[in-house]
Ligand binder design. Structure first.
Ligand code: ARG
Length: 716
């Protein structure tokens, strides 16, 4: 196995130049070997070493994973100033907002460092280095090693590699699988935890178009927000402390005001989360029929209830803004994917790949021995459907639907202390829990949660096989004759959790008897039991999948050894390069590669929740004072599209020109290619970016925060 992979890799290197420019999320450390010639031929002016270097500062030192990879951000000043998307700072902006200080509605701009707002829990992570450790991880493992023994040997080897790499440094280290665990990389990283909010436009700019325009082009969203990295006075990562100082990075990106033209070179460094480009037709069917369908059904019910609540007032709107945006973004993703996959005949493409694979395997007896069962094993792993359906519903309904059940689990440590009856420890656990209540109740409405619980538990009861039903749902049928609203109303009324005062009164005088009888807590415990049973069945029915997927990918790569290949996204840093360009989404329709402020005026409706057009922006549009931020055509460009290959997690990533200067911030993908995470669509797939000149114009002219622009290195 080991040898074979080395051969594959040698092949990858040999045929590096045949790859299409647009597709591919490349490992930065391999760009010098795999991609750099092609990149130079397309116009790149930098060396591979200037993009990724272990010894010298390089572009990678200006790009960070935000919140462990849920987004990306880039450093744009010597004082650790960060740019990311508005939707990546949305949670923090929402938490800092109140009816009195509504930063969602009005925006926020720190006029000096001491006004920058701390955000406990927010982090950014730098990549220190990455290294192929495949041969060490797979040492002593052969084709005949059993799955269990392979797993154990790998775990041991990984532990040793990580321990050695950690040594005495304060860095984090982790060995992670690529290509379905055919290749392994060691990542060394450093995480900073004092990240302060510096500025955000109002959501009428930062989220212009709202859920309506989300995942679509043409777009006019100024999807950016600003943070700053703080560190201890010695430059090391530290938790928030008043005396912390702005971090001085090894590199910050210069910002270009030159704008973009069609066919300009464009590249993105960032942290794509997950793609499934090697998914089989069997996996595809499961994604559509089980994962997406259940998500769509559960989310549309849940979102409707939240939408109603939010419409009833500013307090409500602020409370649920972030929860709604996250849930709805994923909902629309699944809707788009379920439309795109059939429209673009992705199943047919997958079947064609599988047929080619089977033919290739059948040509050679040795291949037959090794790969002959791969596709049947995969098919078998997807055969059992009841447990998959239950698995998805348990996630959507029991864990991510109503919030109170999961929240009630926070009392388990107090529950344990109550059982052991140690007065001191009981008090300690009660106080600890009490101190954490703000985070939950500030953004929680029990009535809304109850309505969600009623609708979703009913959905679970009606759609999941009997053996996976948690016992508490049986009472809904028995005692309440299927009236889930009446049932959950009782449940919430009799529990200590839905109302903060009740819970606090309980925590002042904790009692084992009350907790043991609490209906919400007991419902949660019965859900956990059901989830355990689902897990056992699910693991059993998919036992062969891990190994079969590994072999399928190894076989495909061997079969395609004349092509340069890249691994699926896994939240590690990747580079994608391509060009600025337009799109013909369907017959007779052409999308220009850029939008302008004129589009605001066309779409804007004062006071509309999605398309509000603030008066100040209307006035500024009419004044057309764009100064140095204007394009050559004298308009203000708002967004543009490139054919860079990105996905969720890339949000906030820097779009850079041939000199490594910032020209935009990536923030979305387009509706016509929502299936792109499963099969890249070279003719349709676009990366949607906010033009950096729009961002700077907003900061400078709209917000009057020119001091932030002055902090940057501007290339005019
Ligand atoms: N579709 C974008 C992404 O997943 C997120 C956009 C957030 N905006 C919104 N209206 N929810 O990267």
């Amino acid at each position: 196995m080991k040898k074979l992979l080395i051969t594959i890799f040698a092949f990858i290197l040999l045929f590096a130049n045949q790859v299409k420019a647009d597709e591919g999320m490349w490992l930065p450390s391999l760009v010098g070997k795999l991609n750099i010639d092609k990149m130079h031929s397309m116009g790149l002016k930098l060396s591979a070493e200037q993009i990724y270097s272990i010894n010298n500062s390089s572009l990678k030192d200006a790009v960070v994973a935000m919140d462990r990879g849920s987004c990306t951000a880039e450093i744009v000043s010597a004082d650790g100033l960060l740019l990311t998307n508005h939707h990546c700072g949305f949670g923090e902006i929402q938490k800092h907002s109140s009816v009195e200080h509504d930063y969602l509605q009005d925006g926020f701009w720190a006029q000096s460092h001491d006004q920058e707002l701390p955000n406990p829990g927010k982090s950014v992570t730098f990549l220190v280095s990455m290294e192929d450790v495949t041969s060490r991880v797979l040492d002593g493992i052969s084709d005949t090693t059993s799955v269990a023994s392979r797993r154990a040997k790998m775990a041991d080897a990984i532990a040793v590699i990580e321990k050695q790499a950690r040594g005495t440094t304060k860095y984090e280290v982790s060995v992670r699988p690529l290509f379905e665990a055919n290749i392994f990389y060691l990542f060394i990283t450093e995480t900073f935890r004092d990240i302060r909010l510096v500025g955000t436009p109002p959501q009428s700019i930062g989220k212009f178009g709202g859920e309506t325009d989300n995942w679509m082009w043409p777009r006019h969203t100024g999807d950016f927000s600003m943070f700053r990295i703080y560190c201890a006075p010695d430059g090391k990562p530290a938790n928030y402390a008043k005396e912390n100082v702005p971090y001085h990075p090894k590199h910050h990106l210069p910002v270009s005001l030159k704008g973009v033209q069609e066919n300009d070179y464009a590249m993105i460094l960032g942290y794509p989360g997950r793609t499934n480009r090697y998914l089989t037709s069997y996996g595809l069917k499961n994604t559509m029929e089980v994962v997406n369908n259940i998500r769509i059904k559960a989310r549309s019910a849940k979102l409707e209830i939240i939408r109603d609540y939010m419409a009833k007032g500013d307090k409500n709107r602020i409370q649920y803004a972030s929860k709604f945006a996250i849930s709805s973004n994923e909902y629309k993703y699944s809707v788009g994917q379920n439309l795109g996959l059939p429209a673009l005949h992705v199943t047919g493409k997958k079947l064609a790949i599988e047929k080619e694979f089977t033919d290739w395997v059948n040509l050679d007896p040795a291949r037959k021995v090794k790969y002959g069962n791969v596709l049947t094993d995969i098919a078998n792993a997807y055969r059992s459907v009841d447990d998959r359906i239950a698995f998805e519903y348990s996630r959507e309904v029991l864990l991510e639907g109503p919030e109170i059940f999961k929240f009630s689990l926070n009392i388990s440590s107090l529950h344990n202390e109550l059982r052991s009856n140690d007065k001191e420890k009981i008090k300690e656990a009660a106080n600890r829990f009490k101190a954490s209540l703000d985070g939950f109740y500030n953004d929680y409405d029990a009535q809304t949660d109850l309505k969600i619980a009623a609708v979703l538990t009913k959905m679970y009861a009606e759609n999941v096989a009997t053996k996976y039903q948690p016992s508490f749902l049986a009472s809904a049928t028995r005692k309440y004759k299927g009236d889930y609203l009446a049932y959950t109303t009782q449940l919430y009324k009799k529990s200590i959790f839905p109302e903060r005062q009740k819970l606090e009164a309980f925590l002042d005088k904790p009692s084992l008897k009350i907790l043991d009888k609490d209906p919400v807590y007991n419902a949660m415990i019965s859900m956990m039991e059901a989830i355990k049973i689902i897990g056992v069945d699910y693991r059993q029915s998919t036992a062969g999948l891990e190994n079969a997927k590994k072999l399928f990918v190894a076989g495909l790569n061997e079969m395609n050894s004349d092509k340069t290949i890249y691994p699926d996204a896994n939240s590690s840093m990747r580079l994608t390069y391509g060009r600025v360009g337009d799109c013909n989404p369907r017959d007779g329709v052409h999308y220009s590669y850029f939008t302008t402020l004129k589009g605001y005026a066309e779409k804007g409706v004062t006071g509309d929740p999605d398309f509000d057009f603030p008066q100040q922006l209307i006035d500024m549009y009419h004044a057309a004072d764009y100064g140095r931020y204007a394009d050559k055509d004298r308009t203000l460009h708002t967004c543009f599209t490139t054919n860079n290959d990105i996905t969720g997690g890339n949000s906030g990533s820097p779009v850079m020109n041939a000199n490594g200067e910032l020209i935009g911030i990536a923030f979305d993908g387009n509706w016509e290619a929502m299936s792109g995470d499963i099969a890249y669509e070279p003719d349709l797939q676009k990366c949607i970016n906010v033009d950096i000149r729009f961002v700077l114009w907003i900061i400078d002219k709209y917000a009057g925060a020119k001091h932030l622009v002055d902090e940057m290195t501007i290339i005019e």
